[in-house]
Ligand binder design. Structure first.
Ligand code: PFF
Length: 448
């Protein structure tokens, strides 16, 4: 089983791999979604749930995916199929999920590009109302979305492995440094303490409001899956490019740690500023686009920092979008033997089309709702609350009860080190994670 498939590349080393995996994980989920979701679902308490889920669900599931990927050296569907044919459906679920995510992810990626454009042309970017007008207008956001998708498609057609690695290795540290800079500015603004309190001090009022509490738990779990790119075969695919002597336990912890750090930093960059400028912390998807430009405007060299910041957000979004498109196209290439160019163009084109409707659903098509949500929100609901938990649940059951903890241990110990957390891991992946996901999944459906 261990035969190496010819022609498969390898990451040059652990650092390259960690950076690439972190590059796929760190994206709009951390910088755009985390702060606003924390804002609408209880601040500090949401963060507590998030951290617990990252620890007991994020780490074991990512480690499992990496082990499956490195063992089989195959893409997500091929990997499941090669171990047990009956489980190929998990791969199909994952592809469907990646397809839907990228359709709306690209819309937000387009907003980021528009901000870069505005900074470059000297347009006014710190007027919050302008953002609302922009996203709900029928033409502009659609064009930016198509542009973002086009860039993603071009990169994926070109083949990405080396590019992703190099790009992530240099630009992620830069994003980190810049983010720290923004955090420092943000927490030194007058009145910023309230923002930090909102973010970190658990709001106990939530404990007496069962509906809000359940919402917060459900959102925190979905956010962990989304942010860590779990249940989409990313770690399987990237793990398949790994050399046998890498320590995947350590790599998993590093990726989860970096991703969580970036999310927290994004929260700390945004929330203090929100409070300082007297804005609404529950402002939703527009939070990063309305607040941060105002922060930059209040700094010396603000426009330069604003431009640099949105450029790095763009790179972070692009590396994630590339991973999403790659998951979808590699399925069509491997399974139906499509040519890479055809698969990328057809799938990218379809997602672009659906994304157009997602974008319009915030403006001209806002009257069209599914279960009370516009299309953009409904897509997020479907992926975060239904498809990702289902795929993650299936992954836990598959690895814990079909492939087996023994096989994971064998794969983990290939690096020569003992799998010290084996018992904890086994308990989490076999019992805790599936039960937790199943319970929260049902709560999410009942709670809406
Ligand atoms: N984890 C990415 C983010 O936080 O923005 C989004 C993502 C990328 C999800 C790739 C899933 C994925 F396969």
């Amino acid at each position: 089983m261990d035969k190496k498939k010819t022609g498969r590349g390898h990451f040059t080393g652990s650092l390259g791999f960690v950076m690439a995996a972190a590059g796929s994980a760190i994206g709009l989920g951390n910088l755009w979604k985390f702060p606003y979701v924390a804002g609408i679902s209880g601040g500090g308490l949401f963060i507590v749930f998030y951290l617990i889920f990252a620890l007991v669900l994020g780490i074991p599931i990512m480690l499992s995916e990496m082990a499956v990927g490195r063992k089989t050296q195959l893409n997500a569907i091929g990997a499941f199929r090669s171990i047990d044919k009956k489980w190929s459906f998990v791969g199909v679920l994952e592809i469907a999920c990646a397809f839907i995510i990228l359709s709306y992810y690209s819309v937000v990626g387009g907003w980021v590009m528009k901000y870069i454009g505005s900074y470059l042309t000297g347009a006014n970017v710190s007027d919050g109302a302008a953002f609302d007008t922009f996203v709900s207008s029928p033409v502009q956001p659609v064009i930016w979305h198509l542009l973002f998708m086009a860039v993603t498609v071009v990169v994926v057609i070109g083949g990405v492995q080396k590019g992703i690695e190099t790009c992530s290795k240099w630009l992620l540290p830069l994003l980190f440094v810049l983010l720290i800079g923004v955090v420092v500015r943000s927490v030194t603004l007058p009145g910023s303490m309230e923002g930090l309190k909102f973010l970190f001090v658990p709001d106990t009022a939530l404990l007496s409001d069962p509906k809000a509490l359940i919402d917060s738990i459900v959102l925190a779990m979905g956010q962990v899956f989304f942010s860590l790119s779990l249940g989409l075969g990313i770690a399987i695919t990237y793990g398949s490019y790994l050399k046998k002597d890498t320590n995947i336990t350590k790599d998993t912890c590093t990726v989860v740690g970096l991703d969580t750090l970036m999310a927290l930093l994004a929260g700390m960059a945004i929330m203090p500023a929100v409070f300082s400028f007297g804005m609404e912390p529950t402002g939703g998807p527009g939070l990063i686009f309305k607040t941060l430009p105002a922060v930059f405007d209040s700094m010396p060299l603000g426009r330069f920092f604003g431009l640099a910041f949105f450029f790095l957000v763009f790179i972070a979004a692009l590396t994630s979008a590339i991973a999403l498109l790659e998951v979808v196209t590699s399925f069509f290439i491997d399974t139906f033997h499509w040519r890479r160019r055809t698969a990328t163009l057809v799938m990218g084109g379809l997602m672009a089309l659906i994304g157009v409707f997602a974008s319009l659903s915030m403006g001209p098509l806002s009257g069209f709702t599914i279960g009370g949500m516009n299309l953009f929100d409904a897509m997020g609901f479907l992926t975060d609350k239904i498809l990702m938990p289902l795929a993650a649940l299936a992954t836990c059951l598959f690895v814990g009860h079909v492939w087996g903890v023994g096989k994971v241990t064998e794969e983990v110990e290939r690096c020569g080190k003992r799998f010290a957390i084996r018992r904890v891991y086994g308990f989490l992946i076999r019992w805790v994670a599936p039960t937790l996901i199943a319970v929260i999944f049902v709560m999410g459906l009942i709670g809406g």
